[in-house]
Design a protein around this ligand. Sequence first.
Ligand SMILES: [Zn+2]
Length: 167
Amino acid sequence: METLWSPWRSKYIGTFKDEQEKSKEECFLCVAASAVKPDNETYVVARRRHCFAVLNLYPYNNGHTLIAPYRHIGDFTELTQEELSDMFALMQECVAALKKIYEPHGFNLGANLGRTSGAGLPDHLHFHIVPRWSGDTSFISTISDTKVVSIGIEETYNDLSKILNQK
Ligand SMILES: [Zn+2]
């Protein structure tokens, strides 16, 4: 067994709160949520009461979108009923819009909870919406963001935000 002696640990616990604050400041979802930059620079395609949708800048496929609560939380069990229903409603809207624009053969919807599961940003939970076409690769590489495709993100932003904001 590894030694359990860990003099750094008390220091780590002592700085935990600061680390949380730091992770929030460096969080791209919080930057997008805060609207300090215009939505067309952070690629926020829709805002709802408790959540928002933003394009993934390192997409697996064209139209890869993230749905996140405004709150910087990583624990799925801490989402309120309002956040849950708002997020799922927006997810449904995005799927409908993406269907209209890209006519994909299918979708992957899902979240990575915790870094072990593959979450690149474990402190601010988010759901992935990934349009799929027959012939593209497996689900695992989909939601762990390992494949990078170059797409016309401006075009995707314009198409998607137009449909999602036409009320
Ligand atoms: Zn955040």
